[in-house]
Each structure stands twice: as structure tokens, then as C-alpha cells.
Design a protein around this ligand. Structure first.
Ligand code: KIV
Ligand code: ZN
Length: 523
């Protein structure tokens, strides 16, 4: 950690990638993926991670429970509406957490109270008070959120916060649920709340900003400058609609402009890039190339005049180093002569902790790849790990495939898959191009025809020997499953991606027969 001056005020980072982030369309994760992200968030050093919304489905409850069982260094929070049944689900999910937090929320804005809750302000106040008291019986760490706080009457929010604090809340959260605020006025509002809420000095004041006007990070920083103690955010800024405030942007703004804001976080910034890559891989949602901190171009210098300046002194055009966010510039190149030790070290640098069996499998794949490519890049390795250390068991395994295609004829795809019981199945299908034909053949074997919602293919690095990386998203019975595949052959990388999505679906469907409603995002 490079926190510099230790006298600086420390702001808590409350990460909600696994709840508000996961709730966003196209960002759902299966249990294994959530566990992997939770481990990475703990390594990143988030103070609190919101692991899910236990009452939303039995699957979500199981996921929060599993995360609570493995995370020791961060507080694990579960979101609950202001209802006893939600709080009961939350406490069941967090029963074995080392540091549990019940996070309960209720809207306070006129529009939400009238049209969504159909409650009067007095009823909202009474409900908030009663449910904080109820939650407090089971958990000493209780956060109360006034949903849509920014569009609420400020004095009403202060009153509800005051009552929540009196009832035992240890954090009160002020969300800009619809991303409506401007930085100056949001900062002023936070100051107002600090000055007018009875008991606020005994608890943490948190903010939770959405990005509908692209101001979530700016608003969070304005709030911190005006006394907020906690910022709620997500890796890569994923979240409902335009997303949440981005964790990496808040953290690096505070660190780079420590002179200005005078606050810092406990985040190990060197873990930022690997956390961002992991979230991209498991959700299939890429960050834009010019995204601050973690975008492909964030540290690229294209213009000659810039390159000249950077060569003379990096600080001419760089306000932070890539190394400070975990992007290494001068790595030793890995190739076919690299040993297992160097490979394992590089995996650790990239943020992966793998068991011996997975290491063997990934190392074997690395050797095969190194035979085809002279230089194996970090992105290649990352893709190999994601691919080889597949998060879910392989219901269907690729045995072999063939495609015949040409401009005059349609394409014919042949595929042979092995089922988990060891039996092989082979199918042939015609299609509109090689990928279509082979995906249709897979569907025939699997006996389902999921909707292909996203298919993206790209080269991991430049050059014709680059690996093709495919991301797919399929939809089946209102659920969405991501798949990822890499290969030096683009058809094979597509097959791998499609099969990994199919396997995620099969795994969830079989788990769902034990736990009804696994991973439902319903709120
Ligand atoms: O945006 C919001 O208001 C929320 C609350 C549940 C904290 O996500
Ligand atoms: Zn939110």
C-alpha cells in the first residue's frame, strides 16, 4: 500500500460490485465468479464489500453466505429492504461472516414515497426506525440508506438519519440514486446533512452516487471534500443504468490529488488493474479504451510530441505511473523457455491465486501456446487462466470440431462433445457462416436453443499469431450466462466461449434443482 502521509483522513471504500454492479443488465455472475471477485476485492483492500441482496432470491442468499464464509479482512454487507423478512434473510446469509453488516434501505423522496412505497413521510420515518432497531438486535454494524436521498427534502433526510442513528445505525448513507446531482450542490448537501443530523458525529456518513450525468465520481469527491466518511462504488463503475461511481477513479483521484482533497483510502492501488480485468472477464462487459485508470489507452502516448516528452521525463504527460495501478511496464517476457516458477510468479503479479492442480493445467496450456507464439503476453496469460481454471464444472467438454465453409456454399459445422458421464455425442449442422453452423450443432447436442445475446471476438495482442479472444452472452429462461474462450484459432475460441456459457447455464440449472431461483436479480 502506498498511502503516503498517514495523518491524512481515511475514507472507507464500500464496494458494491457484487450487488449494485451485478444487478445491472448483462453483469450477472455465477457463484464461482462472485467468489473469485470477492477474493480480489479483499486483496484490493476494500473496507466493506456488499455481497448481494439475500432476500431477492435463495441463490443470492447462498452467494452472500458463501462470500461471508471466505472473506476475513473486509466487512461483508448484505442489502435488505426495510422489512423483517429481508433482515432475517440478511442475518441468515451473514451468520458466519467475520465482520457482518446489515445494510437496510428505504426511500425518502416524495416521488418514491408516493408512487413506489405508497407511504406517508411519517410512515417512512416510523418504518426506518423500527427496522434499524430490529436489525440492531442481530448485528452491531447496521447501515441505513435513504434511497433517492438527493431528491428528498434535506430536513426530512436529516430527521430520518437522526432517528436511524438513535436506533443504532452505525453508518447512514446518502444516495444520489438517479444520478441527478451536480458536484457543487452535492458537496453542499453533504455538509448540510453533517451540520443538521443529530448524532452524525458518532457514525459514518456515506455517499452512493449513480452516473446518469457522468458525475458520479465528481459528486463522490465533492462529498468527501465536505466530510463524507465512506464512498460506495464499483469496479469499472458497473451498475444500474449508467453505472455507479468507479472505485478506481475515486481511489486514484484521492491518491494523486492528496494535496487538494486531503483524504485517502486503504486500497492497495497496485491491485486495481487486475481487479478491473477480472470484473471485465467475468461479466463480459468491457471498459471503453479511453476509460480513466483502467482503459486500454489510459497510459498510451500516441502523439510524437507526447512520446518525446514522456521519454525525457514521464511526468510531462503522466500524472500517475501505470505501476501504481498494477500495470507493469518492464516485465520479463515469457516464452517457451520460461519455467514454472517464473510463470507462477507472473500469475501472482497478475493477481491470481491458483491451487496446484489449476497451476499444472494452466502451465500446460501456456507451454502449448508458447510453442505457437514467440512471446506470451500478460493478456494471453490472463485469458488462459480464465479459460483453463473455468469457474464452473464442464457439463459438456469439447472433443473435436470441423467446419467446411466458402463463399459459394453455406457453412457446415461438425462437433463432438463429451458429456459429464463420459459419453460422446456428435452432430452436424448447416448454418449462415462457420460460427452459426457450429453453434447450431452444439445446440442440437445440448437439446436447448439459447438466445445468443452477445458475440464479440478480438485479438488479445497485435500480430497474426495473436490469440483470438471471444466473449459470448446467452439468454435462457430470463437468465443470462457469460462465456469466454481463447485460442489461436478464432472458430475454436468461439466454440470454447459458447461452451463455457452453456456450461454456466447447465451448472446453474442443476444447482437450481437444489436451490430454487439461483442468482435471480429480481429486486
Ligand atoms: O442507488 C441506491 O439508492 C441504492 C441503495 C439501495 C443504496 O443502490
Ligand atoms: Zn445504487
Amino acid at each position: 500500500m502506498s498511502n503516503g502521509n498517514d495523518n491524512r483522513r481515511m475514507v472507507k471504500i464500500f464496494d458494491t460490485t457484487l450487488r449494485d454492479g451485478e444487478q445491472a443488465p448483462g453483469c450477472s455472475m455465477n457463484l464461482q465468479e462472485k467468489l473469485e471477485v470477492a477474493r480480489r476485492l479483499e486483496k484490493l483492500g476494500v473496507d466493506i464489500m456488499e455481497a448481494g441482496f439475500p432476500a431477492s432470491s435463495p441463490g443470492d442468499l447462498e452467494a452472500v453466505k458463501a462470500i461471508a464464509g471466505i472473506v476475513k479482512d473486509s466487512t461483508v454487507a448484505g442489502l435488505c429492504r426495510c422489512l423483517e423478512k429481508d433482515i432475517d434473510a440478511g442475518r441468515a446469509a451473514l451468520a458466519h461472516a467475520a465482520n457482518p453488516r446489515l445494510h437496510i434501505f428505504l426511500a425518502t423522496s416524495p416521488i418514491h414515497m408516493e408512487y413506489k412505497l405508497k407511504m406517508t413521510a411519517d410512515q417512512v420515518l416510523a418504518q426506518a426506525l423500527a427496522m434499524v432497531k430490529y436489525a440492531k438486535k442481530f448485528c452491531s454494524d447496521v447501515e441505513f440508506s435513504a434511497e433517492d436521498a438527493f431528491r428528498s427534502d434535506p430536513d426530512f433526510v436529516c430527521k430520518v438519519f437522526g432517528a436511524a442513528i438513535k436506533a443504532g445505525a452505525t453508518t447512514v448513507n446518502f444516495p444520489d440514486t438517479v444520478g441527478y446531482a451536480m458536484p457543487g450542490e452535492f458537496g453542499d448537501r453533504i455538509r448540510y446533512v453533517k451540520e443538521h443530523t443529530p448524532g452524525i458525529e458518532q457514525v459514518d456518513l456515506s455517499v452512493h452516487c449513480h452516473n446518469d450525468l457522468g458525475l458520479a465520481v465528481a459528486n463522490s469527491l465533492a462529498a468527501i471534500a465536505n466530510g463524507a466518511d465512506q464512498a460506495e462504488c464499483t469496479v469499472n463503475g458497473i451498475g444500474e443504468r449508467a453505472g455507479n461511481a468507479s472505485l478506481e477513479e475515486i481511489v486514484m483521484s484521492l491518491r494523486v490529488r492528496r494535496d487538494f482533497v486531503g483524504a485517502d483510502t486503504r486500497i492497495d492501488s497496485t491491485q486495481i488493474y487486475s481487479a478491473s480485468r477480472l470484473v471485465t472477464q467475468v461479466t463480459g462487459v468491457k471498459v471503453q479504451p479511453n476509460k480513466a485508470i483502467v482503459g486500454e489507452n489510459a497510459f498510451a502516448h500516441e502523439a510524437g510530441i507526447h512520446q518525446h516528452g514522456v521519454l525525457a521525463n514521464r511526468a510531462t504527460y503522466e500524472i500517475m505511473t501505470p505501476e501504481s495501478v498494477g500495470i507493469s511496464r518492464n516485465q520479463m517476457v515469457l516464452g517457451k523457455h520460461s519455467g514454472r516458477h517464473a510463470f507462477e510468479d507472473r500469475l501472482k503479479d497478475l493477481g491470481f491465486t491458483v491451487d496446484a492442480e489449476t497451476l499444472d493445467a494452466v502451465f500446460a496450456e501456456f507451454k502449448l501456446l508458447a510453442d505457437k507464439k514467440k512471446v506470451v503476453s500478460d493478456r494471453d496469460i490472463e485469458a488462459l487462466v480464465m479459460d483453463t481454471a473455468s469457474a464452473v464444472p464442464e457439463t459438456w467438454k469439447l472433443d473435436h470440431w470441423a467446419v467446411n465453409t466458402g463463399s459459394a456454399l453455406g457453412a457446415t459445422g461438425t462437433i463432438r462433445l463429451q458429456f459429464r458421464d463420459g459419453k460422446f455425442s456428435k452432430e452436424v449442422s448447416m448454418g449462415d457462416g462457420p460460427i452459426d453452423s457450429i453453434f447450431k450443432a452444439i445446440n442440437q447436442i445440448v437439446g436447448k436453443k439459447p438466445e445468443l445475446e452477445l458475440y464479440e471476438i478480438g485479438a488479445i495482442t497485435g500480430g497474426s499469431s495473436s490469440q483470438g479472444e471471444t466473449m459470448v452472452k446467452i439468454g435462457w429462461e430470463n437468465r443470462h450466462y457469460n462465456g469466454h474462450g481463447v485460442s489461436t484459432d478464432v472458430v475454436e475460441s468461439s466454440i470454447k466461449a459458447y461452451l463455457s456459457a452453456i456450461n454456466a447455464m447447465e451448472w446453474e440449472l442443476s444447482a437450481a434443482s437444489h436451490v430454487e431461483g439461483v442468482n435471480s436479480n429480481e429486486k
